[in-house]
Design a protein around this ligand. Structure first.
Ligand SMILES: [Zn+2]
Length: 185
């Protein structure tokens, strides 16, 4: 038994790597396989008369650990993206949603794509393909934090823009630059 473990170890499979070859125990031609799955090498022989098979644990290199962590984070991100759906309390706005209508009028927004969150009484901006975070010049820390969080969460290209002044003043230069950022691909 020690011999087969040494044989598998000596294949030096890195994580994700497979080996297929002659069985070192029964001599079966091309019946022996070994796969390294995140540091656990699973091996067995497909020949009916051969019962060899099992696992050995290998030490992961730092680079392999980094790769596994990246893949796990990536998979998690994909899962979250797929399961993200609009909750029931986010609805199409009605004339009776006074707060919504006040907000839209105040900022002169085009309401075509906007939704209303009746639970928290806030306007919802559905995100389609690009996000620009624009906050006051004194909120630079928040802008940077939101940018990376929103990008990680949505997987969308997210840019930060520092306004010359609070968006409520609609400084012309800010409006032009924001339009430019949203329109340029
Ligand atoms: Zn075999």
């Amino acid at each position: 038994m020690m011999k087969i473990r040494k044989y598998v170890g000596d294949l030096c499979l890195t994580t994700g790597e497979n080996h297929r070859g002659n069985c070192p125990v029964c001599g079966g031609r091309n019946t022996f396989t070994a796969t390294n799955d995140n540091g656990v090498v699973k091996y067995n022989c497909y020949k009916n008369t051969c019962t060899i098979g099992g696992f050995i644990h290998t030490d992961l290199t730092a680079a392999e650990i980094m790769m596994i962590m990246r893949q796990t984070a990536e998979q998690k991100r994909h899962r979250e993206k797929e399961t993200m759906e609009i909750p029931q309390y986010v609805v199409k706005p009605m004339p009776t949603h006074l707060k919504f209508n006040r907000f839209v009028r105040r900022w002169g927004l085009a309401i075509d794509n906007l939704l209303y969150d009746v639970k928290d009484e806030r306007v919802v901006f559905p995100i389609h393909h690009k996000v620009v975070i624009a906050l006051d010049p004194d909120a630079i820390d928040k802008t940077i934090k939101y940018r990376s969080e929103i990008q990680a969460w949505t997987g969308l290209r997210t840019m930060a823009y520092m306004l010359n002044d609070d968006v409520k003043y609609r400084v012309e230069d800010d409006m032009e630059k924001l339009k430019g950022m949203l329109n340029n691909e």
